[in-house]
Ligand binder design. Sequence first.
Ligand code: ZN
Length: 171
Amino acid sequence: MNALGEKIMISRKVKGLSLRELGNRIGMSHSQLSRVERGVSNPSNSLLKKIADELELKVEELLLLNNPDSLIIETKDINLKNKIKSISIRRYEVFVRDNFICQACGLSAPSTQLIVANIIPFSLGGESTIENSITLCSDCHIGRNNHLSKFGLEDDVFVKRFNIDINDFID
Ligand SMILES: [Zn+2]
């Protein structure tokens, strides 16, 4: 499976659609769609547009995942372009590394919404690297931010789980 296939599969499951149901909506057989999700076949750009519409995704993101080297982002700013590209790729590499499971509570999609968070926040000097990134569900992310904001870090399951020195979080 590749990042594009993962993105489509997870987004489809979040919407509660079977392969057959999504396939019907975009005029594709469930086996063809399954091949796209497994990364066996490369979908055309027009097909990606249909998938994006059905799953309420940004087509730019799917295009970028399908071809990370493409310069399809509509900006002349090469730095911005590279930044968007690296964030998108990093997010999916982290999801794949973490098996699409919240690393604090163990919930997975589609029962929860997963996000990629920084282990050490940007505001405290954390970098946007894969090593400093982690998959969390939205609840754990909110809880973590609340803990961080109150500095009640002793009870933070996230901090315990990763054995992080709480002094790292305190100015
Ligand atoms: Zn969680």
